[in-house]
Design a protein around this ligand. Sequence first.
Ligand code: GDP
Ligand code: MG
Length: 166
Amino acid sequence: QVNFNQKMDYVFKIVLIGDSAVGKSQLLARFSRNKFSLDSKATIGVEFQTKTFVIDYKTIKAQSWDTAGQNEAQWAMLVYDITKRQSFDHIAKWLEELREHADSNIVIMLVGNKSDLGTLRAVSSKDAKKFAQKENLFSMETSALESTNVESAFFSVRTEIYRIVS
Ligand code: GDP
Ligand code: MG
């Protein structure tokens, strides 16, 4: 149980899962360093980031993995590219794998990235919302390039984790 008079550190692990090139690394880069790169290379192995969140009296260190460590993660972002239908169609598979291997209390958010490329959209917001609702996931569209909703997506972790630990 959490004692609110005590300053506590929590380490929360976040994993980003999804097809290659949907923008997992750039979402992390934007969130943790406010950086973005157009010629980002595919991640090999584990991408690891640490971000400290402050929740009232508590300090939370959120460690983010780009692709690995899902069995220990408390939070997962299932990322697809709104311009690549296939990356959305694969989400069900990623979700299945996640539910099989991750902690049963894991909080999962569906993230449609590259919302700046609206003219090339291949996945409607409606389809995404419908899927998220059916699977009981949070959902959001982001742009790592334009910095749209990136903070919101990561900071909703804070709200949800606060609910869980308090
Ligand atoms: P990952 O394989 O999922 O980690 O994908 P990356 O983060 O490496 O991104 C793949 C490519 O998509 C790179 O060329 C990025 O610059 C680009 N990219 C990532 N996020 C966005 C975005 O929000 N908008 C646009 N237009 N391109 C993006
Ligand atoms: Mg990557």
